[in-house]
Design a protein around this ligand. Sequence first.
Ligand SMILES: [Ca+2]
Length: 229
Amino acid sequence: MGDEKGMEGVEVTKMKRILVVLFFLSLSVSISAVEKESVMINFEGDKTGDIPIGFKGFHSGIGPDGKWEVIVDETAQGPSKVLAQIADEDLEYHFPILIYDGLSLSDGVIKVSFRSISGRRDRAAGIIFRFQDPDNYYVLRANALEDNLDLYKYKEGKRKKIAWKDVKVSSREWHTIKVECRGSNIQGYYDDKLLIDVKDDTYKTGKVGLWTKADSVIHFDNLLIEPLD
Ligand SMILES: [Ca+2]
């Protein structure tokens, strides 16, 4: 009897181990599936007037969240729905943010098309990456009033410029910005031209999103999020 009980105990322990292994296997499969999937968001399936599905609004600095909604822009390439940030708060240290809630990214490529519509203080369009919270993240942004591409780090709500390059950024025309990050290497592209190439290891992973500044009214389209191995 004693032996039988012992055997049962061994069997139960084995079964538990198998279940634990299966659990962690399924966990690692689902995590890698999320991290390795490329996402292209063109907003065509979203409802005009709404925040696109899967996104969440925040802000850095002072003032309210931005006002983000899907609108029709006849100048967009191909299909014509785009994402617009239409609030035009006349505040200096104010940064509307819209985060894609679907995945966290460590190494990857993030690219978006944008068009600066208006803004007297700023006409700035940015890609947020390795987002921890609205006070801690990186942003690569182009500004059509300043004609430059800058990379900033936000840490505990304070903004620090890490790298920058002067480049002509016209208003009301479509352009692209792109981030490529691998470990501490961060590269910034404007219209597919490499302009920023630096190292920073403050943040290693985090969510991805879009960013504007002050009274910038910006249209965004074709947000690509591509994890790298
Ligand atoms: Ca579109």
